[in-house]
Design a protein around this ligand. Sequence first.
Ligand code: MG
Length: 257
Amino acid sequence: MCGICGCESSTHDHADDGHAAAESMQQESTPTKLIDVETRIQAKNDAYAAQVRSRLAATGTWACNLLSSPGAGKTSLLVETIKALQGSAPLFVIEGDQQTDNDAERIRQTGTPAVQINTGKGCHLDAHSILHQLDHPALAEPGLLFIENVGNLICPAAFDLGEQARVCIISVTEGDDKPLKYPDAVLGSDLLIISKTDLAPYVDFDIGRCVSNARKINPKINALALSAKNGEGMQAWIDWIKTSHHQYQQTGTMLSA
Ligand code: MG
């Protein structure tokens, strides 16, 4: 996790005490001290995640955390998802990237409000950064909050953001053994999306093998294959969102496999 990978706390809208602790303690980074720092960072994040979850429950907002490598098509998928959902519920998007507000601007062009969190050298969003966004007026009514995490299948997997659903996206231009290489991202996710199926005829990605690999890590994970470009499989994704949202409204729990 970040205390080891060198991810620093330069998220523009907040300072994370945990990262400061990691930096200072890395000066004398014995294994015992690193484990201690990691534990402290996780405990602090978990406390913020509980606050986020409580705030979302108070407004009846369902939140979905999207994880993937860079370039798997998270933003394109979100744009098409928003087009399909607009009018059915209030929508809001939090975008995480190291730099630029390009993705938030792409979302805003659909008419849906979006905020951009730039993490600087940081490689993930944390619950504290999400908590800071929850006063946005667009989140005052029950609705759907999509959080596009920083493109990275390692560190984001370790940070609960207080979401109700977590989705791991792997595109067909990657390897179908990726679930085995990055198991934590799959283990903590409710749904695996295999994206860019319009490109499947041109690559050697085996969708069935990828799903099988994912279920070796997380036997209960749901799986969908889709293309935001040609619309293939999109309805199943929209249906999954609506089912998960409905279950959350009914029971306050996330959709189980
Ligand atoms: Mg993006």
